[in-house]
Every structure is written in structure tokens, then in C-alpha cells.
Design a protein around this ligand. Structure first.
Ligand SMILES: [Zn+2]
Length: 252
């Protein structure tokens, strides 16, 4: 959810959904065939994520367990539960000014101290719930396949055991960067917002943090030079959607 001009929000989901549609129409084009033949298994996605997470950790300054950041995140993690769709999660704080957080398909969840400085616990819960949504809804897996590109995915998919070994170090490094700064489509963002809302409710956490975190982001965005190409869903609109859901659910 890195805060930045969102010019590169490519519709990767739409791209792949297009392939699947061809399939359901009974016309299995070579493109759809390639996608199916060369899609990564969940186990391969997990082992690639393990590697990407390890690489990011090795470059980051990780807050020690005794730091107030880590202790805060421990509390937040306990509130959110210990897994994403059964995949156990692992949390760390990166001591970095960026306002960012990400989750990978192997349960690697990293929260930047810059985000924790700006948000209260309820807001951090909401943001992490959103990132978990991108994993749970398959956005991260799809993004990984697109980021790797057809040739690399083909090589990785063909190598039964050693998916990590089938990629060069620079491909792996590039993958890690793309996972950290992932760009999702507007629809994926909206889906992850709704996932977070539902998760927070299920865990007995107020969804208000979702709305107020977006409102804080909206303020940040206002202060920024916005690009004429920037048609990303404004944070203010996303906050509004959450407020509407809260009203419908009778939550103040
Ligand atoms: Zn997102």
C-alpha cells in the first residue's frame, strides 16, 4: 500500500481474467493454454515468497523484539489472528520512514515504522487486514506471475522442486522489489478494503480504523503534486465506502 503517485496501476487482474474468460467460452487459445500450463503452484509461490521475504529482510533494519514498535505490532498481530487462509503469519517492523506495509503469500507481513508513526493501532490493524486481503484473494500470486513474466514463470513451473534455483538472483531481487511496492488494480484495492472490513468485524475489531486511515492518507495526498494521469481511487472515496458499510451495519 505504498504511498506514491499511482500512475503504474496496471490492470494485471484484468489481463489474466481475460485469459480465463477465453477458457470458459470453450476456446482455449494458446494464450490461455500458456497461462494454465505455466502458472505457479501454491507451493512454488510460497517458496518464491520465502526467498523474496528473506532478501527484503536482509536489506532492512528490523526493529528488535524489545522495541516499542515490535511490542505494538505484537498486540496488533494478536488481534488480527495468526494466519491468512490457514497460512501462518510472521510479522516484523522495518525501521524506515516510508508509509508502507506489505504481505506475501508465505505469511511474511512487514510494517514500516513510518506507517506506525502515522497511524493508531486500529488503523494499523485495518491496513494490515487490507494487505492480508491481497494475499487471501490471490492478488499477490497473480502479481507475482505477471512480475516474473512468461519466460521465467515457464522455467519456474517446469522445475518441479527447485523453483528458486530456476531463477537468477537478479530475477529474484526484482521480484522482491515488485512485491514490496506492488501495484494493484482499482478493483483489487476495493476488494482488499472489503476483505479488511470483514476480517476486522469477524475479529471483533472496529472497522472505523479503515475509514480513518484512508482519511489520513487523503490528507497526505492533498499535500502532494498529483499527476494528471493519476486516476487511482482517491483515499477519500475509499473512506466514504467504508463509512457507508458501517452505516448499513449500524456501526457508529
Ligand atoms: Zn492495496
Amino acid at each position: 500500500m505504498k504511498i506514491r503517485p499511482a500512475m503504474l496501476a496496471l490492470g494485471t487482474a484484468a489481463l489474466l481474467a481475460g485469459c480465463q474468460n477465453m477458457d470458459s467460452n470453450g476456446f482455449l487459445s494458446s494464450g490461455a493454454e500458456a497461462y494454465q500450463a505455466y502458472s505457479l503452484s501454491d507451493a512454488q509461490v510460497k517458496s518464491l515468497s520465502d526467498e523474496a521475504c528473506k532478501q527484503q529482510d536482509s536489506k532492512a533494519t528490523i526493529a528488535p523484539a524489545s522495541s516499542p514498535y515490535s511490542q505494538r505490532l505484537d498486540k496488533i498481530a494478536a488481534a488480527l489472528g495468526d494466519n491468512i487462509n490457514g497460512q501462518p503469519v510472521n510479522y516484523k517492523v522495518y525501521v524506515e520512514k516510508d508509509v508502507n506495509a506489505f504481505a506475501m503469500a508465505n505469511g511474511c507481513i512487514r510494517v514500516y515504522s513510518g506507517l506506525m508513526d502515522m497511524m493508531n493501532d486500529n488503523e494499523v490493524e485495518a491496513v494490515i487486514g487490507h494487505e492480508m486481503g491481497h494475499v487471501a484473494l490471490g492478488h499477490v500470486k497473480r502479481g507475482m506471475q505477471v512480475a516474473l513474466g512468461t519466460n521465467a514463470v515457464r522455467a519456474a513451473a517446469a522445475s518441479a522442486g527447485g523453483v528458486v534455483g530456476s531463477l537468477s538472483q537478479s530475477q529474484l531481487g526484482d521480484l522482491g522489489e515488485k512485491l514490496v511496492n506492488s501495484q494493484f488494480s482499482q478493483r483489487q484495492e476495493a476488494e482488499a478494503d472489503d476483505y479488511s472490513y470483514d476480517l476486522l468485524r469477524k475479529r471483533g475489531i472496529s472497522p472505523a480504523g479503515l475509514a480513518t486511515s484512508f482519511e489520513k492518507l487523503a490528507k497526505l495526498e492533498q499535500g502532494r503534486q498529483s499527476s494528471m494521469f493519476d486516476d487511482h481511487p482517491a483515499s477519500a472515496e475509499r473512506a466514504q465506502h467504508i463509512r457507508e458499510r458501517m452505516a448499513a451495519d449500524g456501526i457508529k
